[in-house]
Write a protein that binds this ligand. Structure first.
Ligand code: FES
Length: 323
């Protein structure tokens, strides 16, 4: 049987587990022998294995550059595929768990003159690390944070009474307070970079408004936590050819490329398995992929020279990839 290749490379201990808000558990992870952890930058995430066979990505939300601990916060998702449920129920203080080294696909732009940070719900986690970094650097920024209610808003008290409070605005659905999107998109955008994280609908709404208002794409940055809703009812099969080995496989309608490759012992590094982390990106040499990820940009999709085999398929009958 094929052994799945994973990114897990470290064992850490759960030093503390606490309730950050309704349905949100916070975890402090440390090296079990007290050694320094690899450093990280704002926007980084780690892969976490809460139990065997389950791998999830969580953003680091403590002060970027910290090497004494990693902090993550996990929303218990009603539609959980098992990851958030396992984090809430199976992982406790003192436990040892496997994680990857931090990776960053949601970096702060080094040339930004000003940063606009927008978070919806648990999307606060990478945004919080960004706010800490910008505050420490003395950079100009605003953080706008929306949640269902104050009780459901992780880090509310610290954000509104701590050192960042002058830059933070909170909005609660149950109180009818709303993100002032019209004002935000109307601001001058020269040198301002936007960072958005939260539920897919929130990100789509915000990005659509900024794009429509003419903000340059290079100044808009997002990170999705969930896969896109895709209608798979018309999926068909196609031929996949591995250019280096010459092997070819039929990808049936009900399997992903990654699943077929793994079944055939082909090395492929995967992590989220739903098109949001970018770990599995592979070069396409012939054919046109049907992109289903939320990781690559529109321009990268249009180039059609890479795809995510964990979820994307082919528009052409044959796809030749660089494996
Ligand atoms: Fe995350 Fe494919 S494994 S995008």
């Amino acid at each position: 049987m094929a052994v799945k290749k994973t990114t897990l490379s470290m064992t850490v201990q759960v030093q503390a587990k606490r309730q950050e808000a309704d349905g949100v558990a916070g975890f402090t992870l440390v090296d079990p022998h007290g050694r320094a952890l690899p450093t990280f930058t704002a926007g980084s995430h780690i892969d976490v294995q809460p139990e065997p066979g389950v791998l999830r990505q969580y953003s680091l939300c403590n002060q970027p550059g910290s090497t004494d601990s990693y902090q993550i916060a996990v929303l218990r998702e009603p539609q959980s595929r098992g990851g958030s449920q396992a984090m809430h129920e199976a992982v406790d203080e003192g436990d040892l768990i496997q994680i990857s080294a931090p990776r960053n696909h949601f970096e702060l732009a080094p040339d930004a003159k000003r940063s606009l940070l927008l978070a919806g719900g648990i999307g606060i986690t990478p945004i919080l690390a960004m706010a800490r970094q910008l505050h420490r650097d003395g950079a100009e920024f605003e953080l706008h944070y929306s949640a269902r209610s104050q009780a459901a808003m992780a880090f509310h008290d610290w954000l509104t009474s701590g050192p960042l409070s002058a830059q933070v605005q909170c909005y609660f659905d149950d109180q009818g307070s709303r993100l002032p999107i019209d004002q935000l998109v109307a601001q001058p955008h020269d040198g301002t970079h936007l960072y958005v994280c939260g539920p897919g609908g929130y990100i789509d709404f915000v990005m659509d408004r900024f794009r429509t208002a003419g903000w340059p794409e290079a100044q808009l940055h997002t990170e999705f936590f969930t896969a896109a809703d895709i209608d798979t009812s018309n999926d068909g099969s196609f031929e996949l050819v591995l250019a280096r080995s010459g092997e070819s496989y039929r990808i049936p309608a009900d399997q992903t490329v990654a699943e077929v490759l793994l079944d055939n012992d082909v090395d492929l590094l995967t992590s989220c398995e739903q098109g949001i982390c970018g770990t599995c990106i592979t070069r396409v040499l012939e054919g046109i992929p049907e992109h289903r990820d939320r990781y690559m940009t529109e321009a990268e999709h249009a180039a059609n020279d890479c795809f995510t085999p964990c979820c994307s398929r082919a528009k052409t009958e044959r796809l030749v990839i660089d494996l």
